[in-house]
Design a protein. Sequence first.
Length: 227
Amino acid sequence: GYKIQQETIENGEPTLIWKSENYQKLSVSLDSPEPCVRYSYTVSTMVGLEESEPAVWIELSVPPMVGISEHPTLVIEEKTNGSVTFVINNNDKNHRCKVEQYHVKYSTEENYIDPLTLEDGKITVIVPQENTEIEGRIRYQGFESWSPWISSDAPLKEKQTGEEIGFLLPIIIGSVFALAVVILIIYLVVSRKRSQLKYDAEKAEGNTDESKKLNNQTEEKITNGNN
């Protein structure tokens, strides 16, 4: 059979997440991992009670969740003397995702803000009118794509549908590609393990090409010696 183990940077301890006694089953779908966590996977084979050495660990970084319910929110904290103070809150499901940069637009202004320059995540801007619309979005550490725009007037605007697809596409493609690579590597490792097990079994029974060749040479020597 086969075993797949999972490990994260946080716990550092391998955890058995899948085991199968079926040698023909070479693929498996695992539960959705937590966003912005780096996981490592390895596979090993089982023959009876004996287990092979695990294969090389494969790392996979999980991207942020970007569904409708996972968008960040823009909350106005204070309006005073021509300035507006607000925060852009990350979604709870992406609580492990660290913000790399905020992108804010209001009136004719546009700013890129490093979260390390903020106090308690509060952003203050000077606006020409108290009801000026403020828009913002987030880029997470380790990922190039931005979240969809959110607004002080409508935190989740309908016109963002196209932008949302644009944000999702590179992450989906990247995730599918990474998962495909992991599955391919696991498949190759398992296939290699199966070939090695078959070779070891044939070697034990003397059925390998090397064994047959050696036996033939031995028989020829015996025959020649008798002659």
